[in-house]
Design a protein around this ligand. Structure first.
Ligand code: ZN
Length: 234
């Protein structure tokens, strides 16, 4: 018998970049003892002026309602990073603490990239739990520090009773074709070295932990074939 506390993993598409059919997604983890843990919160209700290539779909609140959950039923929000398509509604889950890498939280105020959703993530400190590096939150749920996309980005490892280990790479690896060892530097990102290191770290983890399902952050082709809420992985 598995001793994992995690029972279910839901995937939901909450928005997109229609031009490339890129999905914007959130995840929900449910535990045996009835906890609801949201991973990211999607695009903000009002899309910033300079980000009009993104559109909201069925927002996270609406999707949660279809499985009987209100915002106050969310016990914890895992914040992978503060890009606006991942942190757009953190403030709405008022009963939840949100968890973020300390490095990221301390970096964000000085980086204009994260300004769009600042009111969402700049919450009173009693609402935030800062974590340092790889962290087991509870049996079957681990945060994996994967800097590169941004400093202090985190991915999530979920161990399910039937499906086994599932890795949510988030934006450490946005597309399947990027999941290769010693990724070449195409010059598009100043942090190519960190991206390569994090990608290698996740490839090692997949081998070591026998991960059966790797879900990439924004991969349209893979996303098509995955189960979405109300379906779930168990
Ligand atoms: Zn993203």
């Amino acid at each position: 018998m598995s001793q994992n506390a995690v029972k279910r993993l839901y995937l939901m598409q909450v928005g997109s970049m229609p031009e490339y059919q890129i999905p914007i997604v959130c995840y929900l983890v449910q535990t045996d003892d009835g906890k609801n843990i949201l991973i990211d919160s999607g695009l903000p209700r009002i899309i910033p002026e300079d980000q009009r290539e993104f559109v909201n779909g069925q927002m996270v609140f609406e999707q949660l309602i279809t499985i009987g959950l209100q915002p106050d039923d969310i016990d914890m929000v895992i914040s992978t990073h503060y890009d606006f398509d991942h942190s757009g509604n953190h403030g709405a889950f008022t009963k939840a603490k949100y968890l973020v890498q300390r490095v990221h939280h301390e970096h964000a105020p000085g980086n204009a990239r994260f300004a769009a959703t600042c009111p969402q993530w700049d919450q009173p400190m009693e609402r935030i739990r800062l974590v340092d590096g790889d962290t087991e939150l509870l049996p079957g749920l681990e945060l994996i520090e994967t800097s590169g996309h941004v400093p202090g980005h985190q991915s999530v490892l979920v161990r399910l009773p039937k499906t086994g280990a599932v890795l949510l790479t988030i934006d450490a690896v946005a597309f399947r074709e990027g999941f290769v060892r010693d990724l070449a530097d195409d010059g598009s990102n100043a942090d190519a070295e960190a991206i390569r290191a994090s990608t290698n770290k996740l490839l090692d983890l997949v081998e070591r932990e026998k991960v059966g399902l790797v879900i990439f952050g924004h991969d349209p082709e893979q996303w098509e074939g995955l189960k979405k809420l109300p379906e779930y992985y168990e």
